[in-house]
Design a protein around this ligand. Structure first.
Ligand SMILES: [Zn+2]
Length: 211
C-alpha cells in the first residue's frame, strides 16, 4: 500500500486498535490516506480506496499543471467519506498556484483543515446572497460562496469557497489568495473515480503543498 494513514484534522499519525483509529489530539476518527509522493500508481491506490466516492479534479488540467497531492478519508474503501485533490501549476499573474478540491460528508473536518477555518463545516455564509461562482460537475451547476478565513493566522494566504454537491460539502481552496481570479463559471470539476485510460494523460508529482 503506497498510502499512509494520518488524522484528517491535523497531521498526527494515528494509532489503530481492532480497526478503530485514533488521533492523540482529536480522538477517534476515520483515517486520512495519503501518498508519500503523488504518482500514477499511488493515484490508482487512491481510487481503489474510494470506489463509491467522487474524486474531483479541475478538468481538463491546463498544460504544465500536475496533480501534486490527493487523499481519501475512510477506515475501509466502502466507508470513504471524503476525498481531496491538489493540482498545481503557474499562472501569469500569480506565479505558482495550488488548487485544492475537497468533497466530504459533514463533520469530516478535512476541508476546514485545508481552509484554515475553526469549525468542521462551512458556516452560514454558504447560501447567503449570490454565489461567487458556479462550477460544473457533470450536468449540474454547483454554486460556491466565499468562506471567511479571517480567524486564521496572518500568514494564511488563500481564498476559500464552499457549496454543496450531491449532498456533500464541496470546498475549493486556492493559493495564493489572488488566484481566486482564475475561478470562473466555466470551470469544470470532473469526477475522475470512474476514469480509465485517460488517467495516463494526466501528470503527477511536483512539490506537494503544505495544508
Ligand atoms: Zn488530529
Amino acid at each position: 500500500m503506497s498510502l499512509t494513514a494520518s488524522c484528517p484534522r491535523c497531521s498526527a499519525p494515528l494509532t489503530e486498535w481492532s480497526g478503530t483509529w485514533a488521533c492523540p489530539d482529536h480522538g477517534e476518527t476515520a483515517p486520512l490516506w495519503k501518498p508519500g509522493e503523488a504518482s500514477y500508481d499511488a493515484f490508482g491506490h487512491h481510487l481503489r480506496a474510494s470506489p463509491q466516492f467522487p474524486t474531483y479534479l479541475p478538468w481538463p488540467l491546463s498544460p504544465g499543471w500536475s496533480v501534486t497531492d490527493f487523499g481519501v478519508v475512510g477506515a475501509t474503501p466502502e466507508s470513504a467519506r471524503a476525498t481531496l485533490t491538489c493540482s498545481s501549476g503557474n499562472s501569469a499573474l500569480d506565479g505558482p498556484v495550488d488548487v485544492l478540491v475537497v468533497a466530504e460528508e459533514p463533520g469530516t473536518g478535512l476541508g476546514a483543515r485545508c481552509a484554515g477555518t475553526a469549525t468542521d463545516d462551512p458556516g452560514p455564509e454558504v447560501g447567503e446572497g449570490p454565489p461567487t461562482v458556479k462550477v460544473r460537475i457533470g450536468s449540474q451547476a454547483v454554486p460556491l460562496w466565499p468562506v471567511s478565513t479571517s480567524g486564521s493566522d496572518g500568514d494564511w494566504d488563500r481564498s476559500v469557497f464552499a457549496g454543496e454537491a450531491v449532498g456533500r460539502w464541496l470546498w475549493m481552496v486556492l493559493r495564493p489568495a489572488s488566484a481566486m481570479l482564475l475561478l470562473r463559471d466555466d470551470w469544470i470539476l470532473r469526477d475522475v473515480s470512474g476514469l480509465g485510460p485517460q488517467l495516463l494523460d494526466m501528470s503527477f508529482g511536483g512539490a506537494p503543498p503544505s495544508w
